[in-house]
Design a protein around this ligand. Structure first.
Ligand code: NAD
Ligand code: UDP
Length: 331
């Protein structure tokens, strides 16, 4: 029996595939390579010494999905495939709904048709909206989405809940990620966005590498310890292990929602200073105006994941910063 990983050559998907292979699971990847490259497959093999089956296809392609389900015995799906740019989603919302929501519908239809009713879904802390308190607990429920991207995650969560209500054979794990950064310790896989990055760590990496002049720190007048925005950064390998735990522990049908975060908040300047210190490199920055839509501070309450999945993040920000830079140096 195999695990189908959609978006498995992407940033979080590739790290999860490594952890699954390390656990001797059989893995099949479907990815249309719209935001990743086939080279990742060799890197995964180099790290684990194991191969996985790869289908270059779109999850919206019904025929391709049927072929995959026909050719393999798939027991569960980990669903990463989707578009993830918050700013981009404002520019091209229809593409976001098409790829993320419609893509998920096609995937769920194929799963249903082939009697595969176990899915782990990549959600995001963004579904909490702005609950007015920085510590996010699963019971708070979903808030108002601040972007079309966030709205697609909230809609998919709701759709999965509706699906379970209609058919109690489904086992559905919704994992709400906080801010994944870092890379595999081998330096072989990591996050490699094209063009000018939107997120903090890829931007810092490019400044440190001399590809971009300086980081703009978006606001230093928030009500936080040093005035800059605070987030819960989580090492991508810890995040990947969270998926393996979710598959392993959630054996009874139901809908399970878990935060995957460390429970610690770090400011933009904490990250810049730690990156400089552990890597002995300079990260030039300037203070810039606040970025519209940003919240001052939020972080996870990771208690539920610890209790129910037996999972907790083990890697701290020093490791996150070190591994992020190691990946860049290795390229
Ligand atoms: P990524 O872009 O690196 O990976 C997504 C992968 O999906 C890519 O390899 C891409 O080629 C593929 N893909 C996209 N649309 C597809 C389609 N229609 N059919 C087949 N393949 C398709 O992104 P990531 O950072 O690894 O994120 C994975 C998931 O986690 C996404 O759903 C994202 O929304 C979610 N997430 C990410 C973050 C983050 O900060 N990285 C935070 C919260 C949630
Ligand atoms: N940030 C910043 N400069 C950048 C990118 C991000 O100061 O070039 C800040 C941002 O305001 C937030 C934090 O870094 O406080 C994390 O931002 P990111 O976009 O990585 O994640 P998100 O805010 O979407 O969780």
């Amino acid at each position: 029996m195999s695990i189908l990983v959609t978006g498995g050559t992407g940033y979080i998907g590739s790290h999860t595939v490594v952890e699954l292979l390390n656990e001797n699971k059989e893995v099949i990847i479907i990815d249309n390579l719209c935001n990743s490259s086939k080279d990742v497959l060799e890197k995964i093999e180099k790290i684990t010494g194991k191969k996985c089956k790869f289908y270059e296809a779109d999850i919206r392609d019904e025929k391709a999905l049927e072929k995959i389900f026909n050719e393999n015995k798939i027991e569960s799906v980990i669903h990463f495939a989707g578009l993830k740019g918050v700013g981009e989603s404002v520019e091209i919302p229809l593409e976001y709904y098409d790829n993320n929501v419609y893509g998920t519908i096609k995937l769920l239809e194929a799963m249903k048709k082939f009697g595969c009713k176990k899915i782990v879904f990549s959600s995001s802390a963004t579904v909490y909206g702005d609950p007015g308190t920085p510590k996010y607990v699963e019971e708070m429920g979903r808030g108002k989405a601040s972007s079309p991207y966030g709205a697609t995650k909230a809609v998919i969560e709701e759709m999965l809940e509706n699906l379970y209500a209609s058919d109690k054979e489904w086992t559905i794990s919704i994992l709400r990620y906080f801010n994944p950064i870092g890379a595999h310790e081998s330096g072989l896989i990591g996050e490699n966005p094209n063009g000018i990055p939107n997120n903090l760590m890829p931007y810092i990496q490019k400044v440190a590498a001399g590809e971009l002049k300086e980081l703009s720190v978006f606001g230093n007048d928030y009500d936080t310890k040093d005035g800059t925005g605070v987030r819960d950064y989580i090492h991508v390998v810890d995040l990947a292990i969270g998926h393996v735990k979710a598959l392993e522990k959630l054996t009874k049908p139901g809908v399970y929602i878990h935060n995957l975060g460390t429970g610690c908040g770090y400011s933009v300047l904490d990250i810049v200073n730690t990156f400089e210190r552990v890597n002995n490199v300079k990260v030039n920055y300037k203070i810039a105006p606040r970025r519209p839509g940003d919240l001052a501070m939020y972080y996870a309450d990771p208690t539920k994941a610890k209790k129910e999945l037996g999972w907790e993040a083990k890697r701290g920000i020093e490791e996150m910063c070190r591994d992020s830079w190691n990946f860049v140096k290795n390229k």
